[in-house]
Write a protein that binds this ligand. Structure first.
Ligand SMILES: Cc1cc2nc3c(=O)[nH]c(=O)nc-3n(C[C@H](O)[C@H](O)[C@H](O)COP(=O)(O)OP(=O)(O)OC[C@H]3O[C@@H](n4cnc5c(N)ncnc54)[C@H](O)[C@@H]3O)c2cc1C
Length: 181
């Protein structure tokens, strides 16, 4: 069943100036960029706050085959193909043991026989720009410092930008998501 789209209520009068949205996403890594793109595409008003500026360094560059259908749904598979190195499998090495090689083509599900190795700065940047293109209001250089969940009401998030200015963001109840970084 589709969720009804709530109207964000106003932040308290003493809150600093900021943004209002249905869904606030904290962090523009792959998780935040993916969920925000899908929600914005469905017509939700999404604000994403990222403390860094993309492209930025990040560890974790080895994608797996079943990332590919998700990248297809996001509409970025061709772009990932441009920046990525095609990877047919993985080799595991451990001192004293023979290397163990696994080919994705031998997996039970043979529909995605390869994956990609990507530079995360490029990959994350691509996903974040895709989310913005789908309608997410992306704010970089804005770090979330405090979240106030208010039961039955709009949640309030405080964030600070690079100039030290505090911003408040109100999001409808239960609709704040956070990345891990
Ligand atoms: C050593 C290591 C190796 C790994 N190797 C792999 C691998 O080979 N393949 C793989 O698939 N995964 C790998 N991972 C895991 C992978 O890095 C994570 O699963 C992935 O980055 C999680 O994505 P995310 O969007 O949830 O969080 P992240 O990519 O960490 O993004 C979170 C974002 O939130 C921002 N942020 C954080 N706090 C705030 C705040 N307060 N306000 C605003 N923004 C904020 C950060 O700047 C960051 O951009 C590895 C992880 C580690 C530690």
């Amino acid at each position: 069943m589709a969720a009804s789209r709530p109207t964000p209520s106003a932040p308290s009068p003493d809150a600093p100036p900021g943004y209002r949205c249905d869904v606030l996403v904290i962090g523009g890594g792959p998780g935040g960029s993916t969920i925000s793109a899908f929600l914005a595409q469905k017509g939700w008003k999404v604000v994403l706050l990222e403390k860094e500026h993309h492209p930025r360094f990040h560890i974790g560059e080895s994608l797996l085959p079943l990332n590919l259908p998700l990248l297809e749904r996001l509409g970025v598979l061709d772009q990932v193909d441009q920046i990525g190195l095609v990877k047919p499998g993985a080799e595991f090495n451990y001192e004293g043991y023979q290397p163990a090689v696994y080919y994705f083509a031998n997996a039970m599900d043979k529909s995605y026989p390869s994956a990609y190795e990507v530079r995360r700065s490029e990959f994350d940047n691509l996903l974040l720009r895709n989310s913005a293109a789908k309608g997410t209001e992306v704010r970089e250089g804005v770090k979330v410092t405090e979240i106030e969940f208010r039961r039955g009401s709009t949640s309030l998030v405080r964030a600070v930008d690079e100039h030290g200015a505090t911003k408040a963001t109100s999001a409808s109840t239960g609709s704040i998501t956070a990345g891990t970084g």
